[in-house]
Design a protein around this ligand. Structure first.
Ligand SMILES: *Cc1c(COP(=O)(O)O)cnc(C)c1O
Length: 404
């Protein structure tokens, strides 16, 4: 096995340039490096971009999802419905709360959670559904929102907390780690369901190195302003005053109202996010769409490939992951193909290993045979490189390597 002499093509390095570095430097020089004015500004800008009342920034999507499960009171004895085909974070946060992740199989066409399968999985213990916008492609949100509001489904709901009683139905907590900027019927993710969580991890479309955002879009009977304040406190040890307000001279006394968590975002990271968001819609998304289109044009006429869905009359992707599928190929053959592509110095990936195939979940009784569509999608999938600085020449090299 010998490697090609061509320079390596990485999978998805972040876009870091002089502008990013200048803004990080400005944050450092400002003397305020933890949660402060830059985080508050970033929250406002995200809220404007996705058209919701309030956004809370945290240090990861995982922390954001868990914070919201805990806010809703998810606990032992409860069930939370998740797709079998996602990153482990979606289910791990449910386990952290002592509840049971109930996995359901996905759609054969777009990889997303299947609504009929969700309906079959709902029991009197179901408290939350966590749909995932796989690869950046939005789930069927109208159908999902209608499902949890159906009389027969509402009747099954057994509230355990005041917040659950107030909602009176299953909560939809969208894992939109992939889908910042994606649209469904003209609206961006973030405002499509009760609560949506974005990830700003280094490999994601919009990065802050590590980070996440919680978009609040609850029914109007909820006081969003109050929930926002509560979540800021809950993400900072339940302390009644944050570090910034404590710096006001003489304003030292604080109280702790609950044993909160520690998952606030820092101003250094928000500085990166502000640069990223400013050039996201008209620059980053345009570039990513171009790469998607170029890949699809190259593979669509070749019988060996099945190209992903990323644009329909009602949905547009955020072009996060390009999940190409191969026809008539086994998992082992796919793995061998990835090795061949690696020999040409090109990084590709697989999104994802279905959760029931991971040791922790397998050892807890989940069986991949119960999720045939997830397995079939996984076994034939390779994700191609996609990042802002990918050149036309590199795109052509990827296409040639995959075809060969
Ligand atoms: C990346 C990812 C997460 C976790 O995001 P973090 O910000 O790293 O916590 C959750 N769900 C999915 C589907 C992801 O891809």
């Amino acid at each position: 096995m010998h490697h090609s002499n061509l320079p390596p093509i990485p999978f998805s390095p972040p876009r870091i340039d002089d502008k990013t570095i200048a803004e990080i430097t400005a944050a450092l020089k400002s003397g305020w490096i933890t949660t402060g004015p830059r985080v508050k500004e970033f929250e406002k800008r995200i809220a404007q971009y996705v058209d919701v009342e309030k956004v809370v920034c945290v240090n990861s999507a995982s922390a954001g999802l868990e914070l919201m499960l805990r806010w809703f009171g998810v606990q032992e004895g409860d069930e939370v419905i998740v797709p079998a085909y996602t990153y482990c974070a979606t289910a791990n946060v449910v386990v952290h709360c002592g509840a049971k992740p109930v996995m359901v199989d996905v759609n054969a066409d777009d990889f997303n959670i299947n609504i009929q399968n969700i309906e079959k999985a709902i029991t009197e213990k179901t408290k939350v559904i966590i749909p995932v916008d796989f690869a950046g492609y939005p789930c069927d949100y109208d159908e999902l929102n209608q499902l949890v509001n159906k009389d027969s489904i509402r009747k099954k709901f057994k509230p355990k907390t005041l917040i659950q009683e107030k909602l009176g139905r299953i909560l939809i907590l969208s894992d939109a780690a992939h889908s910042v900027g994606a649209t469904y019927k003209g609206k961006r993710t973030g405002g499509l369901t009760d609560i949506t969580v974005f990830s700003f991890h280094a490999v994601k479309n919009l990065t802050t190195a590590e980070g996440g955002a919680i978009c609040l879009n609850l029914p109007s009977s909820f006081n969003t302003e109050e929930i926002y304040k509560h979540l800021c406190v809950k993400s900072l040890h339940g302390q009644s005053k944050d570090a910034l307000s404590k710096t006001q001279i003489g304003n030292w006394r604080y109280d702790v109202n609950e044993a909160g968590y520690k998952c606030n975002m820092t101003d250094i990271l928000a500085a990166i996010g502000l640069v990223e968001l400013e050039r996201y819609e008209n620059d980053m998304l345009v570039k990513r769409k171009h790469i998607f289109d170029t890949y699809s044009n190259a593979f669509k006429k070749d019988e060996r490939f099945e190209i992903p869905v990323y644009k329909t009359n009602t949905k547009t992707s955020s072009y996060h992951v390009y999940p190409l599928r191969l026809k008539n190929i086994t998992e082992n053959e796919r793995d061998a193909m990835i090795q061949k592509i690696a020999q040409q110095n090109i990084s590709v990936n697989v999104h994802f290993i279905p959760l029931p195939m991971l040791s922790f979940y397998k050892n807890n009784g989940y069986n991949i045979l119960d999720f045939p569509v997830a397995y079939y999608n996984y076994a034939r999938e390779i994700s191609l490189p996609i990042f802002y600085d990918l050149t036309e020449e590199q795109i052509e090299r990827v296409i040639a390597a995959v075809k060969s």
